[in-house]
Write a new protein. Structure first.
Length: 350
């Protein structure tokens, strides 16, 4: 059960043009900033929005192709959809919510209720079948929505931010359960998320959308190793600079020069992990090649580390310990120097 899609949709200011494929039993996470077109993509795959151009095929069957005037309505597609806000019917019980998709596909009432009970048992809610959504927690509602999407045994499962509405503690638990359910699902899966942890835990590959187009795709490791946009670099926690290489010198687009260990020519990206950026109150002694002055404009506490944002000719984020912050007296507006060893810089073609 596979998905092959080329989705072209013009919707207001959004110009969506995305082409990608999902293999059998593969989960692809779609990430991107707000307004990139992630939810519109899912709605087009589900048939809630007809595409303007392109083609969508689910398990080899074309469900939308304007050139051949082919369009299957949502209920005619073998698609399960878990919406961000779950969209459970408030007047129906958990059992009736799960049975709804089966009934819509012509399954008899008695059989649909029996299968709904089986699915509620699989998601750990066998004892809540008679409860209505108002009596369920956020995590329980998410499970009911997942069971409703999976009960008709679709060929394609779409999940739009399925964990976004949950608190942190519930999210960790549900993430594990959702991974188990996805692993047992025999079909293609597309997951939209803002959270890289969701993608790492649930997906085999990621597709990054920016301004309605695919900015980058690949495995988590491939994308994290060589980000190709500022959004992706921020997502994976790297500094990303772009410039033109001439030998060991890279003249940055925003000004400044970076000295790298590997010689190259032409347009390149330069990536550096924040932990490789050293901070100093005074210009470091000796003759380090990559040294720049700057000014602190923000700090973020992340576990046992602090990320320090430094503006300057070469803007960078450094990652240091809280003890280093105290020792250097770092705070917003203070002048600092940053330095990076040439061997700590990763350079690759733009």
């Amino acid at each position: 059960m596979t998905l092959d899609a080329h989705v072209v949709v013009q919707l207001g200011a959004l110009d969506l043009d995305v082409e990608f494929a999902v293999g059998d039993k593969e989960t692809v996470a779609v990430l991107g900033p707000n307004g990139a077109g992630k939810t519109t993509l899912l709605r087009a795959l589900a048939g809630l929005i007809p595409i303007d151009r392109g083609r969508i095929a689910i398990d080899g069957t074309t469900v939308d192709d304007p050139d051949t005037r082919t369009y299957l309505a949502p209920e005619q597609r073998s698609v399960g959809f878990v919406f961000q806000d779950y969209l459970l019917f408030p007047h129906l019980s958990a059992r009736e919510n799960v049975a709804f998709g089966l009934r819509a596909r012509g399954v008899a009432r008695a059989e649909s209720r029996q299968r709904a009970d089986e699915w509620l048992g699989r998601v750990g809610l066998g004892d809540r079948a008679s409860d209505k959504p108002r009596g369920l927690s956020g995590g329980q509602s998410q499970r009911v929505a997942l069971a409703r999407a999976l009960a008709p045994e679709p060929h394609l499962l779409l999940l739009d931010e399925p964990l976004a509405a949950l608190d942190v503690g519930t999210r960790v638990e549900l993430r594990r359960e959702l991974r188990a359910q996805l692993t047992s699902f025999a079909g293609a899966r597309v997951l939209v998320t803002h959270d890289l942890l969701d993608a790492v835990a649930l997906a085999d590959r990621i597709v990054v959308l920016e301004d309605g187009h695919v900015a980058q795709e690949g495995t988590i490791a491939e994308v994290a190793d060589r980000p190709r946009s500022r959004y992706v670099a921020d997502l994976v926690g790297l500094n990303l600079l772009r410039g033109r290489a001439s030998g060991h010198d890279v003249t940055l687009d925003g000004g400044g020069v970076v000295v790298v260990a590997d010689s190259d020519e032409g347009d390149v990206y330069v990536a550096v992990h924040p932990s490789a950026v050293a901070l100093h109150r005074n210009r470091p002694e000796g003759s380090p090649r990559n040294v720049w002055s700057g000014r602190v404009h923000g700090t973020d506490l992340l576990g046992d580390r602090v990320r320090v944002h430094v503006d300057g000719v070469v803007p960078l984020v450094a990652e240091v310990t809280p003890a280093a912050v105290a020792e250097l007296g770092l705070h917003d507006g203070i002048d600092v120097w940053t330095s990076v060893k040439a061997t700590e810089l990763s350079v690759y073609r733009a």
